[in-house]
Design a protein around this ligand. Structure first.
Ligand code: IPM
Ligand code: MN
Length: 365
């Protein structure tokens, strides 16, 4: 198979973790006889430095003309601490999501058996947990208009907007995933307060009644289930009963918050991959940020990005066996404790970003 992959390393530890994922992909190409072409382009703070914009048109063109996008992270403290900055790296990410039409963000949370003791949550609680957060990515408070400040500047506002069709297309992804997972969709909202949440509930319920109620889950042999949780309650259930979830369907901001929270189930945010998909090219990125304190120190965990590359092979290219080989190699690294400091046992050996990447690469044969 011949594929062109846009590679957007971004800021902070982005270039380091992306370097390892590309290494692994080159190995996959070699072992399985594929040809991957990697085309690099700037995004985020480094793109602002280079061309004054966090998501330049030239980068957009590279993404549009590729078969998938592999993305590191963006963000730089020099912008975080300056609320007056006119352009911010994060605007680049939002513009990229919007202009590539990436409305569905899939964030699987799968604890590694050998790391159960790394989570601050009790082992018996997280055992058996395996959930998929399906986060709407191009609507809600992140994009709604109007937004900004009053003339005097002493009042600020953001707007949460959702249309029925935006809800339907993301809910469809959630139901389809539930069919091949554990057969259950939980819609997380704040329907006791928000009008948008009530539209979500109404729309998702209608779809369930009309199209999905009779669908059978492949693994359980039972009909699909749909249930609802208010977001505050969901936040509590995620840490008290994480194993009770399968597919968590939610809007943009709730999904952002809940996915960071869910990452504590696995013990490190450095382990969680994600896929952002829409109607065109798909984008794959770790859920962690740019971790500027670790930049250049060779300590960042590359596993989340390597697992994102696996999601790319599976979802965008349909290469299931290759994706599984990467996941197996990551399990091997974690199981053999070839891991970065974030998940190493205190007092025991830990390894650098590049050494972990090399080990995982070597496990693909
Ligand atoms: C994420 C990040 C982004 C978001 C930021 C960097 C804009 O936190 O991908 O979860 O809020 O979506
Ligand atoms: Mn986030």
């Amino acid at each position: 198979m011949e594929k062109r992959i846009a590679v957007l390393p971004g800021d902070g530890i982005g270039p380091e973790v992306i370097g390892e994922a590309v290494k692994v992909l080159r190995r996959v190409a070699e072992v399985y006889g594929h040809k991957f072409e990697f085309v690099y382009a700037p995004v985020g703070g480094c793109a602002i430095d280079e061309c004054g914009e966090p998501y330049p048109e030239s980068t957009h063109q590279v993404c549009c003309s590729s078969d998938a996008v592999l993305f590191g992270s963006i963000g730089d403290p020099k912008y975080d601490n300056n609320p007056a900055a006119k352009v911010r790296p994060e605007q680049g990410l939002l513009k990229m999501r919007k202009s590539l039409g990436l409305y569905a963000n899939l964030r699987p949370v799968e604890p590694f058996d050998t790391l159960l003791d790394k989570s601050p949550l009790k082992e018996e609680r997280i055992k058996g947990a395996s959930l998929m957060i399906v986060r709407e990515l191009t609507g809600g408070l992140y994009f709604g208009e109007p937004r900004g400040r009053s003339e005097k500047g002493d009042v600020a506002f953001d707007t949460c907007v959702y249309s029925k069709s935006e809800i339907e297309r993301i809910a469809r992804k959630a139901f389809e995933l539930a069919i091949i997972r554990k057969g259950r969709v939980t819609l997380v909202d704040k329907a006791n307060v928000l009008a948008t949440s009530r539209l979500w509930r109404e729309t998702v319920t209608q779809m369930y009644e009309n199209e999905y109620k009779e669908k059978v889950c492949k693994a359980t042999g039972e009909k699909l289930k749909l249930d609802f949780l208010f977001v505050d309650n969901a936040a509590m259930q995620l840490v008290t009963a994480p194993a009770s979830f399968d597919v968590v369907l939610t809007e943009n901001l709730f999904g952002d918050i809940l996915s960071d929270q869910a990452s504590v189930i696995t013990g490190s945010i450095g382990l969680l991959p994600s896929a952002s998909i829409g109607d065109g090219v798909g984008l794959y990125e770790p859920i962690h940020g740019s971790f500027p304190q670790a930049k250049g120190k060779n300590i960042a965990n590359p596993v989340a990005t390597i697992l994102s590359a696996a999601m790319m092979l599976e979802i965008s290219f349909g290469l299931l066996e290759e994706a599984e080989a990467i996941r197996r190699a990551c399990k091997e690294a974690v199981g053999k404790k070839v891991v970065t400091p974030d998940i190493a046992v205190a007092g025991e050996n830990n390894y650098g970003t590049t050494e972990v990447g090399d080990f995982i690469t070597g496990m693909i044969y």
